[in-house]
Design a protein around this ligand. Structure first.
Ligand code: NAD
Length: 483
């Protein structure tokens, strides 16, 4: 092979003409193609479940661009695994067609009404479920939801379309499909049921009762870092001779999928290709949220304050990876409830390797984003659990002080930090007031709740915040590691 020859690409190891659809997937972005579609491709390669192929779908106008791109290449997706030991590429053949994207979703509803469709799955992003941030519950007053409830024959949302198809199946005496969210939300099945039944509740309460009783919404935990596609990713595809694919996907080698086994209309035997079926999805979620997402928060702000661009560069800085190790081992892993067949220390070691993968090129700025939404989910509960055990978690409190320092808006090198949170102005005001009065920060009830009222925590936080201002991130981390 000369240096100009493209790298080898793996193609579907099965006869795609034998596939028939069993799944409609709504929200055909990068993650679905790097995750669920890959598991199904593995299953088909074993000669199994050929009646569970995917029909792609979307409810938003921009999805038609993905439809055009994929249909032009026979619905094959390029997936490049970013293994530091060497990238590999494969063409995933699990999708057989992409339903036309229409404002009234007529074609989508018709497809979901076909009896052979037994699962409707979704990746419509965490923000796509119409959850009211103030209550954490489904928001039936949202204009999109009210519009769908008023015109169920022309729904614009995924949930209105799903409900219209369920209603048509019920009228035709066809068993309902299972609705499977693959979005990164704790209790994603519950959240999805609230949305579908919530639309029904506004228009036809009997239909809402029927949905709640007869339709299955299994909860699931999904994991695989899948970056957005840009010039860097397209150049990688070109190296494999796939430069004419406008929508290649890249992802880390690791993947995980944990599901409740609640599929009354049947499911592919995904356990044959590494999917875990369990009644304890919430335990896996808690592990992921505390160790992985919490870990991201721990390395985010010191890296941001030290002007470090990439996550793997932050991990290569011993002060930051040392900070992560110490906080995870002393303050997070001990409070994570046990997870079936899982060694939490080994899970953390894997996370550490994943964060260190230079090929993924995840940015520190992305990890620093949206702390006001993430901290109450990923960090504050771990602080609360430590306090409840009578342990003052100094590392997590330092993490809070680093976040506060970041929100003041300037790095240790003197660079301005551009707004990086939907609540940036409020956070910046509170952060700037916190040096004189820590309660200006810890008193943000929606973020800290009771935790902010703990006097020992207040004292430790104030000490770290003043120290960060006086001596900088490096000196404070070095002291913490020496302590
Ligand atoms: P993406 O931007 O590539 O695709 C998002 C898809 O969702 C698009 O098809 C878009 O049209 C659709 N969408 C967005 N908002 C919607 C809405 N309100 N209603 C209906 N459809 C909507 O993003 P992605 O990388 O595929 O990630 C999608 C989701 O997958 C994430 O939000 C997350 O919940 C989950 N996930 C992603 C990753 C990752 O690393 N990318 C990892 C784990 C889980």
């Amino acid at each position: 092979m000369t240096t100009h020859d493209p790298l080898p690409v793996a193609h579907p190891a099965y006869d795609r003409s034998r596939l028939t659809p069993g799944i409609v997937h709504i929200g055909l972005g990068n993650f679905h193609r790097a995750h669920m579609a890959v598991y199904l491709d593995d299953l088909f390669a074993k000669g199994l479940a050929m009646d569970w192929a995917i029909l792609g779908a979307g409810v938003r106008a921009p999805d038609s661009r993905m439809r055009d791109a994929l249909r032009a290449q026979d619905c094959l997706s390029t997936v490049i695994e970013l293994d530091p030991a060497g990238k590999t590429a494969r063409r995933i053949g699990a999708m057989v067609d992409f339903i036309e994207v229409q404002p009234d979703n007529a074609a989508l509803i018709a497809a979901m009404t076909r009896p052979e469709i037994r699962i409707v799955s979704l990746t419509v992003t965490e923000g796509g479920y119409y959850v009211d941030p103030a209550t954490g519950r489904f928001d039936p007053t949202h204009p999109d939801i009210r519009a769908d409830a008023a015109q169920l024959d022309r729904p614009a949302t995924a949930f209105g379309a799903i409900l219209a198809a369920l209603q048509a199946r019920r009228a035709a005496g066809v068993a309902p499909f299972t609705v499977m969210s693959c979005d990164n939300l704790p209790g994603n099945g519950h959240v999805t049921r609230a949305a579908v039944a919530g639309v029904a509740r506004l228009s036809d309460p009997a239909l809402a009762d029927w949905v709640e009783t007869h339709v299955a919404f299994p909860n699931g935990m999904v994991d695989r870092i899948t970056p957005a596609t840009g010039p860097r990713e397209r150049a990688m595809a070109a190296a494999f001779g796939l430069g004419d694919d406008p929508v290649p996907v890249t992802c880390e080698p690791f993947r995980q999928w944990v599901l409740e086994d609640h599929f009354p209309s049947g499911r592919p035997p995904l356990e044959q290709v590494g999917v875990t079926f369990t009644d304890h999805v919430h335990a896996f979620e808690a592990m992921k949220i505390r160790i992985l997402n919490g870990g991201h928060a721990i390395i985010a702000y010191p890296g941001g304050l030290l002007d470090i661009e990439y996550v793997h560069e932050a991990m290569a800085e011993p002060l930051i990876s040392g900070f992560l190790d110490k906080v995870e081992r002393e303050e997070i892993i001990p409070i994570v409830p046990p997870v079936p067949n899982t060694d939490l220390a080994a899970y953390y070691t894997l996370i550490r390797d994943r964060f260190s993968n230079p090929e993924v090129a995840d940015t520190e700025r992305r990890l620093c984003l949206d702390g006001s939404n993430r901290q109450p989910k990923f960090i504050i509960p771990s602080i609360a659990d430590n306090l409840a055990r009578g342990h003052l978690p100094r590392g997590l409190i330092l993490e809070s002080a680093l976040w506060c320092r970041y929100c003041m808006g300037m790095t240790d090198g003197g660079a301005v930090i551009e707004p990086n949170d939907p609540n940036w102005d409020r956070l910046q005001r509170a952060a700037r007031a916190a040096s004189a009065d820590p309660m200006a920060w810890l008193g943000m009830e929606d973020i800290y709740g009771d935790v902010g009222r703990d006097p020992h925590l207040q004292e430790a936080f104030a000490g770290y915040l003043n120290d960060l201002g006086a001596r900088g991130v490096r000196a404070v981390l070095a002291d913490y590691l020496a302590g």
